[in-house]
Design a binder for this molecule. Structure first.
Ligand code: ZN
Ligand code: ZN
Length: 299
């Protein structure tokens, strides 16, 4: 995917004036626009997408709903597709990429993915809208500094993503990973907002209705992170600056919001963390979560 040979979108095709107008509309009259805001549009095996914005720009992390559903959910959180500067994909599975091609074409938005991700069956048609994303390759998209790291998952070249605003506020996304890795956990340190998979309760998975083969896949080192693993991993990611922890990608069959938060909250309590815990939902967007100088959170 030779990114340098592709035509420009964003600042190019949409025009600097249009982008400036979008940025202006994002700035608040009180000047309180220095922070970083995140809203999970939905999370789970039925679809995943999260919007991240600051005065720098606006990104969608994953586009796992249909284009129409993405538009509907953006509307619910008070945004539109025209606000989105770029889409970043973690991997090619349908629940992360379902609407990416159509969204890109309809709204002239570039889609960033690893080489493997962009070879996924749904994403080969991205064509000129595809942009390269790679572990260890520093990248700036819409004013955000982007860092990706490999995760163990049964996709072609899956990654987790850290997005940093120009003022240094950082959000990290790690879903669809079978286990914690030292590399991923290094990348997820010093975040203001952590979006972490808490997929299943191990006992519910063991005794639940999934066929044996699927149980094995979910619990494998290339499957999904359990509540217990998420809680243990969270313990290592706590810091003074961490303001929000969002538990994501909960299984509707093998988990419940109460069980997931019941695993993670004691970690925050034991460590005296001031971070607030939120559970992302599958069927409706969550509230905007914000860090910045004006919101009493963050640094
Ligand atoms: Zn997924
Ligand atoms: Zn996946």
């Amino acid at each position: 995917m030779p990114g340098g040979q592709l035509p420009l979108f964003g600042d190019g095709a949409l025009g600097a004036a249009a982008r400036e107008s979008r940025l202006r509309s994002r700035r608040r009259p009180d000047g309180g626009d220095a922070g970083l805001r995140v809203a999970v549009l939905g999370s789970g095996s039925g679809g995943n997408s999260t919007i991240v914005e600051s005065a720098d720009g606006c990104l969608l992390l994953d586009a796992g709903f249909s284009c129409r559903e993405l538009e509907r959910r953006l509307d619910i959180v008070g945004r539109s597709a025209a606000d989105v500067d770029a889409v970043l994909l973690t991997h090619e599975h349908d629940d992360h990429s379902r609407g990416a091609c159509r969204f890109a074409r309809r709204h002239q938005v570039p889609v960033y993915g690893t080489r493997g991700t962009c070879r996924g069956p749904r994403l080969r048609e991205l064509g000129a809208f595809a942009r390269p994303l790679g572990p260890g390759v520093p990248l700036t998209v819409a004013g955000f500094r982007i860092e990706v790291f490999p995760v163990p998952h049964d996709a072609r070249e899956p990654v987790g993503i850290v997005v940093e605003s120009s003022l240094g506020y950082r959000v990290g996304l790690a879903t669809d990973l079978g286990r914690r890795t030292a590399q991923a956990w290094r990348s997820l340190r010093a975040l203001d907002i952590l979006l972490l998979e808490s997929n299943h309760d191990l006992d519910m998975l063991r005794t639940g209705p999934y066929p044996w083969r699927l149980k094995e896949r979910v619990a494998s080192a290339r499957g999904h992170l359990s509540n217990e693993e998420a809680a243990a991993g969270l313990d290592e990611l706590l810091s003074d600056r961490l303001s929000w922890v969002v538990l994501c990608h909960l299984s509707e069959t093998n988990n419940s919001p109460a069980m997931a938060s019941g695993s993670a909250q004691p970690v925050l309590d034991r460590r005296g963390s001031g971070a607030k815990l939120v559970v992302a939902e599958q069927h409706r967007p969550g509230a905007w979560l914000e860090v910045g100088p004006g919101c009493g959170a963050g640094r």
